[in-house]
Design a protein around this ligand. Structure first.
Ligand code: SAJ
Length: 414
């Protein structure tokens, strides 16, 4: 149920391992695209696995569910405006399988959800089938843990948490996942599985907030935050993450709020979210300083996705950065080879760079390493580069006459 970033790889990997899979998505366009042998997601290797699954006959795509032994729910759980979880897709998907449930079926919730969702929301919905949940219908939360950009590998090799509403449910789910997962299968209860999943991304979000705070403190103290983080990380038990223009994507920027929603004690978790959400504004402040001598400035934004080498713009900090630049009457040209449909116009390389006063790199796509500093500098009015991901070869850009700023490296020209 759900053929998105998680559901589609999940469906096709099960099909590749000999399962008969019916991939269901309510979006008719997605079903059309997949039926034609195309895919709607940019993920390395995925197209090959999906095409093979469909051609082998092991995978069908449909808009409505049908009878099965196992139902896997992998639909989105976005944030509502008040930062609580929007569970309507999970609820609709669960309700839609009710007419097809048969005794002995296993229902697996893979979507990331606030703690207690499986017990408090899914159990009552499934009870409407008339079956005893846990005795006649089995139910587990088995959170996905794969990294966008490396999904197919991690799906098979990562350890997997299986949280059953009872032992029988966990045993059933273990029997399914052990056929495709090479990592360990970690058995627990449903609510612990929900909370453990959220803590994985919360750990990362809090750690990045700490790195972003070091970055901001370093500006106060005239220090190089990247050097400080590098030195601190030489200690065997320290692993500070990297500062950046903000934390995006559908995981780190969202999941910690699911804990905040459920407990007033989630103070550090809430503050970390706020620190990371403030980074776009911090970056825009630095950009304005770099342009304070320029009349009617134009900026070239390189990369608008939430991280490099993916096409995903969900919760991307770039959107907030661009919005704030435009509010400050700064003309913005955007170049991103991964993105076509975006709320702001994405240009070709030349249009994005012509008469520009500053390059602002926000996502570290691998293609950016091969840009010609000389040719692009020739198009620009002022040659300034602000690399917020510390990912370009700065000496190449410096040789082409650019002045360089790296987020966290304070004012020094490196
Ligand atoms: N980021 C930083 N500094 C860093 C690392 C990341 O600013 O040092 C930013 C990135 O630029 C991006 C955001 O954080 O905007 C999130 O990127 P990410 O690569 O950390 O994670 P995701 O969201 O692509 O995938 C995460 C993964 N979780 C963990 O590594 C704990 C993945 O394994 C999960 O399956 C996924 O969330 C998910 O679906 O929950």
């Amino acid at each position: 149920m759900g053929l998105g970033y998680i559901g589609l790889p999940t469906a096709s990997v099960f099909a590749a391992n000999g399962f008969h899979v019916v991939g269901v998505d309510v979006d008719s366009q997605i079903v059309d695209v997949l039926s034609k042998g195309q895919i709607h997601i940019n993920e390395p290797g995925l197209k090959t696995v999906v095409c093979a699954a469909i051609q082998s006959g092991n995978m069908l795509v449909r808009q409505v569910p049908e009878q099965a032994d196992v139902f896997i729910i992998a639909v989105p759980t976005p944030l509502k405006d008040d930062n609580s979880a929007e569970l309507s897709y999970v609820i609709q998907a669960t309700e839609s399988i009710l007419p097809f449930l048969q005794q002995g079926n296993l229902v697996i919730l893979e979507s990331t959800v606030p703690p207690r969702t499986t017990e408090d929301i899914l159990v009552p919905i499934l009870q409407k089938s008339g079956y005893k949940i846990g005795e006649e219908i089995y139910l587990v939360h088995c959170p996905e843990r794969v990294l966008p950009g490396n999904i197919l590998h991690e799906f098979v090799s990562n350890d997997r948490i299986i949280g059953g509403i009872n032992d029988k449910s966990s045993d059933k789910a273990r029997g399914i996942y052990e056929k495709v997962v090479q990592g360990n299968l970690l058995i627990t209860d449903a609510t612990s599985a929900e909370m453990a999943k959220l803590m994985e991304n919360t750990y990362r979000d809090v750690n990045i907030a700490l790195a972003n705070e070091v970055c901001r403190i370093a500006y106060d103290l005239n220090l190089d935050a990247l050097e400080i983080i590098k030195l601190a990380n030489m200690h065997p038990r320290v692993n500070l993450h990297q500062p950046g223009p903000g934390v995006g994507g559908h995981c780190l920027a969202v999941d910690p709020w699911f804990i905040v929603e459920k407990s007033n004690n989630a103070e550090l978790i809430r503050l970390s979210r706020e620190i990371n959400d403030a980074m776009p504004n911090f970056v825009v402040g630095l950009v304005k300083k770099m342009l304070d001598q320029v009349v009617k400035p134009k900026i070239t934004v390189l990369g608008v996705t939430y991280k490099g080498n993916v096409d995903d713009i969900r919760e991307s900090p770039a959107t907030e950065v661009i919005r704030k630049l435009k509010q400050a009457n700064i003309d913005v040209g955007i170049y991103d080879p991964y993105v076509k449909n975006y709320e702001f116009e994405v240009s070709n390389l030349e249009e994005a760079f012509v008469a520009s006063d500053l390059i602002l790199l926000l996502a570290d796509h691998k293609e950016f390493k091969y840009l010609s500093a000389d040719e692009l500098g020739f198009l620009m009015r002022n040659k300034q580069l602000f690399d917020t991901r510390n990912c370009l070869n700065h000496s190449k850009w410096k040789d082409a006459g650019f002045s360089i700023k790296v987020l966290g490296k304070n004012n020094q020209n490196s």
